[in-house]
Design a protein around this ligand. Structure first.
Ligand code: SF4
Length: 229
């Protein structure tokens, strides 16, 4: 496991849990608005050992009840299954974040009961997917596969989209919402500049536009919510 970040306590990352967050290194996407560029491009030399993580989990059993595993893209890690298994074996619930591009790996993890909650990014409407993830071309089949796997898994999950002025118009959001029609949990979150972006020119949208987008989404996903505004 390549672990490049560790937040010892979070009340935000794992709904309903007092958790810590493990950040894995590397990602196969290059979203210009990615708020963790160093972690994705692995250009720094910050690493955590698994021992550090597990020592903390053993010590904090009476305080924490969940571990959020995020990235980068956690499913890029060769031994992610073993890592999640060891977390579960200590009695913790696991939340897994993914960009949805490794459906087979996701399926295996869900079948083994190694994730209690999955948050999957839906980056944009199909037509603008490649551009939004910073690639010249991208076949969205794996993302669609992951969507289906989650829908049929019985595991609690959400879809979410980070909205930017640069890549998301109301029309794009409407097409996206039509694509994920009927999803039980969906969150629109406005882009926030972390100061560590892949492309520093990215901007969020105004609050009124976020609310407009939410109303558009609700025609297809009635339970959709805004997050973080
Ligand atoms: S936003 Fe997520 S999917 Fe996109 S580059 Fe960053 S870690 Fe990868």
């Amino acid at each position: 496991m390549i672990i490049k970040g560790f937040q010892k306590l979070t009340l935000l990352d794992f709904p309903g849990r007092t958790a810590c967050t493990v950040f894995t290194g590397g990602c196969n996407f290059r979203c210009p608005f990615c708020h963790n560029a160093l972690l994705v491009t692995e250009q720094d030399d910050i690493f955590y050992t698994e021992e550090e993580i597990f020592d903390h989990l053993k010590l904090r059993k009476n305080v924490l009840d969940g571990v959020a595993v995020t990235g980068g893209e956690p499913l890029l890690q060769k031994d992610i299954e073993r890592f999640l298994y060891e977390i579960k074996d200590l009695g913790y619930a696991v939340k897994l974040d993914t960009n949805g591009s490794f459906p087979e790996k996701l399926k295996g993890i869900l079948e083994l009961g190694l994730a209690d909650y999955v948050a999957m990014d839906i980056k944009n409407c199909k037509e603008k997917y490649a551009e939004t993830i910073g690639l010249k071309n991208y076949d969205i089949t794996p993302v669609e596969e992951s969507m289906k796997i989650l829908k049929n898994s019985g595991v609690d999950y959400e879809f979410r989209t980070t909205v930017t002025e640069n890549f998301h118009t109301n029309e794009d959001i409407e097409k996206l919402a039509e694509w994920i029609k009927g999803t039980p949990k969906y969150f629109l979150q406005n882009f926030v500049d972390s100061g560590m972006l892949i492309d520093g020119s990215c901007k969020g949208v105004s609050r009124p536009q976020m609310r407009e987008m939410l109303e558009i989404v609700k025609k297809y996903v009635p339970n959709a919510e805004l997050r973080g505004i």
